[in-house]
Design a protein around this ligand. Structure first.
Ligand code: ZN
Ligand code: ZN
Length: 612
């Protein structure tokens, strides 16, 4: 997490809902103080889906306390106190802190220790403001809603422990989480969505549907794909390859390890070293004596693709050059951060690097965005947002490559394309990659949960450090611009997302098992007929299976439904005699008998068109 202090400008950009939730954290602190006046508070920001306040208190807050805390919060909301802003000098703020009056209802005999520490960290030029609601006064830069009564509906959700400022050398505090919405209806919908998300949890369905496994002996964060998961992967790669081929991409293949020198050139070492697996040391024979070489597992495909760009002399006629690969990457995520398929240590990425002249940037970038939108349509993603992250000019040379003009130029170009294309985006300062502005793509699953699945980056720095050149029309050597893009993200994260999105009921084209043939009885002729259908389906690349067990048909149907097999062909004597099959679709039930040839043609058409 980025623990940088937010600038005033960034704070002013708090969305309405963040403002409301942050205001709720003041009300939470007010309520806690009514119950435990000795409580000391640290930070109380809005977070994704809610808010928290960090509190230092001898009493251990537990969920059993929530009811009485919420009751106090309700009183404060009912009182409809104004959030009143007061600007004070540093000395006045410190004086109040010494009297214990910050994040408090009255003067106390203990200083507001965390607030004093926070004041000391505020840059000298920055204004210090306090906010008051009723008796509660807090050190805070805001913003808030107008009155406590504007907090429509809220609920406390959990309590966890957290170190002050996230540093384990600091005291451990209790972090009380809650969420708040404008209306009770929205709050109820949110909790209903969480319930639904639990049922659709990709870790639960991933196991039940035999999609992937994480094995202790293989290691944490290293998923293995069972045949049903591999089937989904194959379909996604097929989709990406067809789409990219039509868009003029060319496929390449690279290796999974490389020498340290490569990642020094790319800047991954030292900038990204913490997220990489530690190196392997190999003794290699040099010209005179042997040298120890360090090899790293590849964390990103870019440096390898840059080498392929540089491998051949390039002219403006070769551009744009679009190199694509479903590349394998390994990243060292902290074990505490690993989470099912969402946070892993090995991943296969829908990667490509596009090299172009500045004149080609607009049309290339537009085409990339177009590709995203087409994928969203295919997967039925109605809500998405592109977060356009730009640099902070005060951090050039530290967090961002020191190329002020190139930053301005590329950011302007990117912003213009986003504006002109009417894409849904927001601009976020200070969050760019070190080598250029970036766009994170967030999507919402059908039940309204947010996922960050893909990024898009504009890079003017790596082509320089790799000394990439093309010969322009005027015979001079120029440096190309590079776009990194991965619309389908990684297989791991994207499939994790799709499992929730579809609740495991994949459309036919993606379904791990597309057709299962269920025979009624085991008459030899019937089995022959069923086998001929199975062979025909497989010859046409349909993922088909047959259940020839001696079980009753109802048992066979139940088993197929449990595995969420998309289509069942139920075959009895009457079907055989009519050269037909009885079609049953998961979630839709029995669709009746159809001529064999029609039923198969329909399956093939649905797969080919990638029907929803
Ligand atoms: Zn505040
Ligand atoms: Zn890249």
């Amino acid at each position: 997490m980025n623990e940088d202090r937010k600038t005033l400008e960034q704070r002013a950009q708090m969305t309405d809902i963040e403002r409301l939730r942050h205001s709720a954290s003041h009300v939470l602190a007010t309520a806690i103080l009514k119950l435990w006046p000795e409580a000391q508070f640290a930070a109380g920001p809005p977070v994704e889906n809610g808010f928290y306040y960090d509190v230092d208190l001898p009493h251990r807050i537990s969920p059993e306390d929530f009811e009485k805390i919420e009751a106090e919060m309700k009183k404060e909301i009912k009182a409809n106190h104004q959030f009143e802003k007061m600007e004070v000098s540093r000395d006045e703020a410190l004086d109040l802190g010494t009297k214990g009056r910050l994040a408090a209802l009255s003067d106390r005999n203990q200083p507001s220790k965390f607030k004093i520490d926070i004041i000391e960290g505020i840059p000298s030029g920055e204004k210090i403001s306090l906010y008051r609601n009723g008796d509660f006064i807090d050190l805070c830069a805001g913003p808030h809603v107008m009155r406590t009564g504007n907090i429509g509906a809220f609920k406390l959700t959990s309590v966890a422990s957290a170190y002050y400022k996230g540093d384990e050398k600091n005291p451990q505090l209790q972090r009380v989480y809650g969420t708040a919405f404008k209306t009770k209806k929205e709050l109820d919908e949110y909790f209903a969505m969480l319930e639904e998300a639990k049922k659709r949890d990709h870790r639960k369905l991933g196991k039940e549907l035999e999609i992937y496994v994480i094995d202790e002996d293989v290691g944490p964060g290293l998923p293995l794909w069972l045949p049903r998961g591999a089937a989904i992967i194959e379909e996604l790669e097929k989709l990406a390859k067809e789409t990219e081929f039509a868009a003029g991409y060319r496929r390449v293949r690279t290796v999974n390890i490389a020498r340290e020198s490569l990642y020094r050139k790319s800047g991954h070492i030292p900038y990204y070293a913490e997220s990489m697996f530690p190196p392997m040391e190999l003794k290699e024979h040099g010209e005179q004596d042997s040298v120890t070489q360090r090899y790293y597992l590849k964390a990103m495909n870019c440096p390898h693709h840059h080498k392929l760009f540089a491998a051949v002399p390039r002219s403006y006629r070769d551009l744009p050059l679009r190199l694509a690969e479903y590349g394998f990457c390994h990243r060292y995520e902290q074990s505490g951060e690993l989470f099912g398929l969402m946070r892993v240590r090995s991943m296969q990425m829908n990667d490509a690097h596009l090299y172009m002249t500045p004149e080609q940037f607009e049309s290339e970038f537009n085409a990339v965005n177009e590709m995203y939108l087409n994928y969203f349509k295919l997967f039925g993603l109605e809500k998405y947002l592109m977060r356009f992250s730009t640099h902070d000019p005060t951090k050039l040379g530290q967090k961002f490559v020191n190329e002020p003009e190139l930053w301005m130029k590329t950011e302007d170009m990117t912003r213009n394309v986003l504006k002109n294309s009417g894409i849904n985006y927001v601009e976020v300062p200070n969050e760019a990659a070190f080598y250029g502005p970036k766009i994170d793509v967030q999507v919402w699953s059908v039940i309204g949960r947010e996922f960050s699945i893909a990024t898009n980056q504009v890079d003017f720095a790596q082509p320089r450090s790799f000394n990439l050149r093309y010969k322009d029309k005027d015979n001079t050597e120029k440096i190309p611009i590079c776009i990194h893009r991965a619309p389908l993200g990684t297989h791991e994260r994207f499939i994790g997302f799709l499992i929730e999105h579809y609740a495991g009921n994949f459309p036919l084209w993606l379904s791990p098992e597309q057709v299962r043939i269920l025979t009624i009885g085991d008459d030899a002729k019937l089995v022959d007929y069923s086998m001929s259908i199975l062979n025909e389906l497989r010859a046409k690349y349909v993922r088909a299976e047959i259940d020839q067990s001696t079980d009753q048909i109802n048992g066979k149907i139940q088993r197929a439904e449990q595995m969420k097999v998309h289509t069942m062909f139920v075959i009895g004597k009457r079907d055989m005699e009519a050269t037909a099959v009885s079609v049953r679709v998961h979630g839709k039930g029995n669709l009746g008998a159809k001529p064999r040839v029609d039923a198969i043609a329909e399956i093939l058409r649905s797969i080919k068109e990638r029907q929803a």
